[in-house]
Design a protein around this ligand. Sequence first.
Ligand code: AMP
Length: 221
Amino acid sequence: MITGVRLIIIGRQGAGKGTQCLRMSRHYVVPHISTGDMLRAAVREGTELGRLAEQVIQAGQLVGDDIMIRLVAERLEQDDARTRGYILDGFPRTVTQAEALDSMSGDRPVDAVIDIDVPRAMVIERISARRTCRDCGMNYTAKGIEHSPWICDSCGGDVVQRADDTPDAINRRLDLYETQTSPLLDYYDRQGRLTVVDGSASPDEVFARLTAAIDAVRRRA
Ligand code: AMP
């Protein structure tokens, strides 16, 4: 098995990034670095960053580039990311963040940039049913009646609907994705670094497609 890798995962909210990144982090034995999870943890802990991010997240807006770039730069300097690599989920979200990541990566460039592509109508359906563990970020799908309280199988945390998974906030985040994050796809595509993986299949099938695509890119390197 190939271990250690540096990956960027892009895709609409609800494309399955969280679920697939958790699986890939176990497969490649690298940390899953989700900026959304980091911000939600900061909100829960009531840190200065959390107080600043809370309103922005609830409104479905983006936290400022400077703050996000500093947060990720600090995280990538930690030993696990320096030695093993990482799976970046939710960062970069803008071209400014992508340029900053390129310059901070230096002699340890990203191996692959993957877009998990799922049509907008399908992600709206998925996000409406999404429930997330407050502690570890594991995602679940609500099917009809919900157990209350719902306890995470993985860590025992509370499984809840995210405050920004309401229909209004979902639509705002998807609009924002089209305007601010889609240019990222052009940015990486122009440099020949983008691999698009169809994410509209079952989680197992998408996982198989992702690892095949990543391993193929790494063999070519
Ligand atoms: P996510 O869990 O990736 O959907 O992120 C949840 C929210 O956190 C987003 O809607 C943004 O408000 C904020 N966020 C996460 N990552 C970033 C980023 N790279 N740049 C700006 N805001 C971010």
